[in-house]
Ligand binder design. Structure first.
Ligand SMILES: Cc1cc2nc3c(=O)[nH]c(=O)nc-3n(C[C@H](O)[C@H](O)[C@H](O)COP(=O)(O)OP(=O)(O)OC[C@H]3O[C@@H](n4cnc5c(N)ncnc54)[C@H](O)[C@@H]3O)c2cc1C
Length: 422
């Protein structure tokens, strides 16, 4: 049996290693399209901060690791797939056949169609090559404009600040991290960041980027009409799954590759995991891309076990985001935006602006379905536990609506085994 794995990020690597354990005799081929050993994008901010070198980003440090596991590594970019003949065509013209295929090709950053977005001083922050280019331009005192204050934008902000650049962040939404944080939480993160000396412009976009005229390499025009002289623009305006090579195949793609609870696609024998996959959500069953590394690893493990013939399912994806924005820790879980009141939805917010603390809990009937927190670094695992476990809160729901900070007590009371009485 030959397993072909497209992608050598966290999903590809975990799948290959799981397959080797589950199917000791099978052939395993893992393909990456970048000019680097398998690495973790999560480590890029540490690289930009110069806390680690490139080797520190590698997922497996021992150069002989994959050879020893008899995992054949290939460099190449899949350009098309023939599901009848079970083979993949690569950009260099060679075909690779398979018995089982895993699509773990991740996603790529989107460059909005703005005039000037392809100038060399305009960078995305996604690959090691991007990180090298940013490091070359983001010197102390450099004027940097970051387009987008979403998940990735917030994560790289600290690294940029530590490099001593003069940073302006421009965000189309009315707050920071608008797709992961409530209006109150996004506003608190904005004020925190501004207090650290970063300029944040919300409700605005970039309308064009031109060559600078007054000595600066770039002149950026915002949708507000304002213009800024910049040395570097970093585009962090969202990502899109790498699915182009699936066009015309029977593999169903919505935003990402649609998979079932076994991580199998619409074509038997073809599986998908990680940032490229859309798996059923824990609560709604609707398909969801959950683009975080722990999710990639969990999905890869389940996909690989099924590829090896061991029936395994994943109990639905729970969207989890944990952000460290210049030292302010924020989290959002599940359906953090809540549920409509006529569908059994209710919620509560606790705001402590002075101590930079915040908590929003959202319920459907007596089950917590989502939460957002800021500054509550201890015990957020209890929030995850309550939501992931779909714990029935009973009388604790009313108590939490009164005092949301009692969520740890609720977790202990409702999820610990009841003591046996004789
Ligand atoms: C700067 C940054 C910071 C991040 N921080 C965090 C964090 O703090 N926490 C967190 O959980 N997540 C974080 N993430 C997200 C995390 O990196 C991703 O969720 C994770 O990399 C997903 O793993 P993956 O294997 O699905 O995809 P990827 O890591 O993107 O790997 C996909 C692989 O597929 C290969 N590939 C793509 N197209 C093709 C093709 N056509 N043919 C062959 N191979 C192909 C590529 O070479 C790539 O190696 C961060 C991401 C970035 C960019």
């Amino acid at each position: 049996m030959k397993h072909l794995i497209l992608g050598n990020g966290p999903a590809g690597v975990v799948a290959a290693e799981t397959l080797r354990r589950a199917a000791p005799q099978d052939e395993i081929v893992m393909v990456g399209s970048e000019d680097a050993p398998p690495y973790s994008r999560m480590a890029i901010p540490y690289l930009l901060e110069e806390n680690i070198d490139e080797r520190g980003t590698w997922l497996r440090k021992d150069p002989g690791h994959f050879d020893r596991l008899r995992i054949r590594e290939l460099r190449g970019r899949a350009v098309s797939l023939d599901t009848d003949q079970r083979r993949v065509l690569f950009a260099d013209g060679h075909f690779e056949d398979y018995d089982r295929l895993l699509i773990a090709t991740g996603s790529h950053p989107v460059r909005p169609p703005i005039p000037g977005v392809d100038l060399p001083e305009v960078q995305t922050c996604w690959t090691l090559a991007d990180a090298r280019a940013i490091a070359a331009h983001a010197r102390p005192g450099a004027r940097v404009l970051q387009l987008g204050a979403g998940f990735i934008g917030c994560i790289i902000m600290e690294a940029l600040a530590k490099r001593g650049v003069e940073l302006t962040v421009v965000e189309m939404g009315d707050r920071m991290v608008p797709r992961m944080m409530t209006p109150q939480a996004g506003g608190m993160i904005k004020r925190w960041v501004e207090n650290k000396g970063i300029r944040v412009v919300t409700n605005a976009g970039v309308s064009r980027i031109d060559r600078g005229t007054d000595g600066a390499p770039l002149q950026v025009t915002l949708t507000t009409g304002a213009t800024l002289a910049c040395d570097l623009v970093i585009v962090a305006a969202g990502v899109a799954p790498n699915v182009a090579f699936l066009e015309g195949t029977g593999v169903h793609v919505a935003k990402g590759v649609l998979v079932d609870a076994r991580l199998e696609t619409s074509v038997p024998g073809i599986f998908s995991a990680g940032d490229v996959a859309e798996a059923p959500d824990l609560f709604t069953g609707a398909h969801l891309v959950a683009a975080i590394q722990p999710n990639a690893a969990d999905q890869a493990r389940v996909a690989a076990l099924n590829m090896a013939g061991r029936e395994t399912t994943l109990n639905g994806v729970l969207a989890i985001n944990v952000l460290d924005t210049l030292g302010l820790i924020s989290t959002s879980f599940g359906q953090w935006w809540g549920e409509a009141a006529d569908k059994g939805g209710s919620g509560v917010e606790h705001v402590d602006e002075a101590r930079s603390r915040y908590l929003s809990l959202q319920f459907k009937d007596d089950v917590m379905i989502g939460a957002t927190s800021i500054g509550l670094t201890e015990h957020v695992g209890a929030l995850r536990g309550l939501i992931h476990g779909r714990v029935q809160l009973g009388e604790w729901k009313a108590r939490l609506l009164q005092n949301p900070l009692a969520f740890v007590d609720a977790y202990i009371a409702r999820s610990q085994p009841v003591a046996l009485t004789h």
